[in-house]
Design a protein around this ligand. Structure first.
Ligand SMILES: *[C@@H]1O[C@H](CO)[C@@H](O)[C@H](O)[C@H]1NC(C)=O
Ligand SMILES: *[C@@H]1O[C@H](CO)[C@@H](O)[C@H](O)[C@H]1NC(C)=O
Ligand SMILES: *[C@@H]1O[C@H](CO)[C@@H](O)[C@H](O)[C@H]1NC(C)=O
Ligand SMILES: *[C@@H]1O[C@H](CO)[C@@H](O)[C@H](O)[C@H]1NC(C)=O
Ligand SMILES: *[C@@H]1O[C@H](CO)[C@@H](O)[C@H](O)[C@H]1NC(C)=O
Length: 480
């Protein structure tokens, strides 16, 4: 049970718990009601509260799920030194005590008095340490990976926390000097053992390289969050502490957005045969979040959920307020949506026997890129310049994981997609083009469709393009 990581056992008065910044805690420590929440917490013990009727409505709303135990946990994080009550967790699963030194809830760069809700200002706001801009719409994005599968079979996994502009556009890689390649070391340095354990379970790279996935999410998205700028910490800034807060806040938000349970409670469960409508899925999630979410599908199967928020104050200490999506980005069909179970191999295909056998094999290390045409048959492969050939030896490609994708290199040089949309591997090419796998096939810019003017015959090589041409072709990795 994921929430067990967040329960804090009774702590002596005056000692701050290592608190998780989830929506529940935010609901209690919001500026307007902190005092009321503290006095409520001072009288609250879960031992005597079995019904949520004794809990204020703002806390019930923020602390969904096991309300009493989440309120108990959050209460232990806002208690005042004079508080003498103890807080007893109500579930037997609450055995996970923070093993790291209690550090207290991060107080953030500074107090944000009278904060404004991002994307809702009517005049320019000067202090971007207390107001997220231009990235005022924060998205907590989640994956449901089945090919290959990642994470627990009854939980979605974390993709990231992304700051979109209020109009749905976004900045990326905002500060190359802070694109750290030592996320694990930073979290270890700050004694965030529990956070790392949680991330190792729920923040998974589908190719098994979690650290590089975290680096990608921080470098691409985290560096664009204005309230996480080092300058916001003033003279007390300790190196990379904003990185710690990015990961803590993301995990905290995710902990309050248990998509698997939300869908399961609406009867939407992973299945090989059952399909669902967009309306069914969207309704269940909208009821929970109080705003529509963005849904992502690949080959008709649900695999992403994006929860949108505005933030009242900073990402570190503010409140995340559910917001409607900043544009329509869902790409699921209206009906017939699959929600596939994890860790269940697709049935072996019958028929030609020549179908893509590489499905699910991670694109990493050395391998061939085999070509498949519309009838599902294997027809040759890519050779070293990145061209398609049906007679002769396949080139050996080297795939290196980058974030949630990978780069490709052949003996000729780095592979990229050129200005004329052709796939090319050559020494002068800039390295670093990131490809991904979609349902096992090589994909570029979200699509696994490649094209050529014709199926190559004899000694003729065909250039391969990402734009439409006469013959659709897809490429599947074969590890060597
Ligand atoms: C809100 O504040 C930001 C940051 O100062 C500014 O860029 C934006 O134009 C403001 N929006 C409006 C409607 O004034
Ligand atoms: C999930 O995994 C657990 C442990 O491996 C297994 O017992 C359980 O049956 C699986 N559940 C589903 C729905 O696949
Ligand atoms: C992480 O990397 C940064 C940049 O190289 C460095 O300044 C910092 O000391 C490193 N932190 C740890 C804990 O290794
Ligand atoms: C991490 O824990 C060690 C051992 O308790 C302590 O000496 C150190 O100061 C802590 N580091 C930070 C950044 O809090
Ligand atoms: C993945 O590709 C195979 C072979 O092309 C196809 O049969 C299968 O339906 C695809 N899976 C999904 C989830 O679309």
């Amino acid at each position: 049970m994921r929430s067990s990581l967040f329960l804090s056992l009774a702590l002596p008065a005056g000692i701050a718990a290592s608190c998780n910044a989830d929506n529940c805690l935010r609901a209690l420590r919001a500026t307007a009601r902190l005092e009321a929440a503290q006095s409520f917490c001072a009288t609250f013990t879960t031992a005597s509260v079995t019904e949520t009727s004794a809990i204020p409505s703002y806390a019930v709303a923020g602390c969904t799920g096991n309300v009493a135990s989440r309120v108990s946990s959050a209460c232990s994080c806002i208690s005042t030194p004079s508080t003498t009550s103890t807080f007893v967790p109500s579930t037997s699963t609450s055995t996970s005590v923070a093993t790291s030194t209690p550090t207290g809830f991060p107080t953030g760069p500074k107090d944000c008095l009278d904060p404004q809700l991002s994307c809702h200002n009517t005049t320019a706001v000067a202090d971007l340490c207390c107001f997220n801009a231009p990235g005022g719409q924060l998205l907590q994005t989640q994956f449901w990976d089945t090919s290959p599968s990642t994470g627990p079979n009854n939980s979605w996994t974390i993709h990231g926390l992304w700051p979109d502009h209020c109009d749905g556009t976004y900045d990326a890689n905002c500060d190359p000097s802070r694109e750290f390649t030592n996320i694990t070391a930073i979290l270890e340095y700050y004694n965030k053992t529990d956070l790392l354990t949680y991330m190792n379970t729920y923040w998974k790279d589908y190719q098994g390289n979690d650290e590089s996935f975290w680096e990608h999410e921080w470098g691409k998205h985290g560096t664009c969050i204005s309230t996480l700028e080092p300058s916001c910490y003033g003279g007390g800034y300790k190196g990379q502490e904003e990185v710690v807060e990015y990961f803590e806040q993301t995990v905290g938000l995710f902990g309050g957005l248990d998509s698997y349970s939300i869908l399961a409670n609406a009867g939407i469960l992973p299945s090989r045969s059952q399909t669902y409508t967009l309306l069914e899925i969207q309704s269940a999630l909208t009821t929970f979040h109080s705003q529509p979410v963005t849904l992502g599908c690949s080959s008709g199967a649900l695999d992403e959920i994006w929860y949108h928020f505005n933030v009242l104050g900073s990402v570190q200490t503010g409140s995340f307020i559910p917001a409607p999506p900043d544009g329509s980005k869902s790409d699921c069909p209206a009906t017939g949506i699959k929600y596939l179970p994890k860790y269940q191999a697709t049935p072996t295909s019958t028929g030609t026997g020549g179908g893509p056998t590489g499905t699910g094999v991670p694109y990493v290390g050395k391998g061939y890129l085999n070509a498949f045409t519309g009838d599902g048959g294997k027809k040759g492969c890519l050779i070293s310049a990145g061209t398609w050939y049906t007679t002769g030896t396949c080139a050996t490609y080297n795939a290196v994981t980058v974030g949630d994708g990978f780069t490709l290199t052949s003996s000729k040089g780095p592979c990229t997609v050129q200005g004329d949309d052709s796939f090319s591997c050559a020494a002068p090419n800039a390295a670093g083009t990131v490809f991904r796998a979609l349902n096992g096939s090589l994909a570029y810019a979200g699509s696994s469709n490649f094209y050529a003017a014709a199926v190559p015959v004899g000694s003729v090589q065909q250039k391969v393009f990402t734009r439409v041409d006469a013959v659709p072709v897809s490429f599947v990795w074969q590890s060597l």
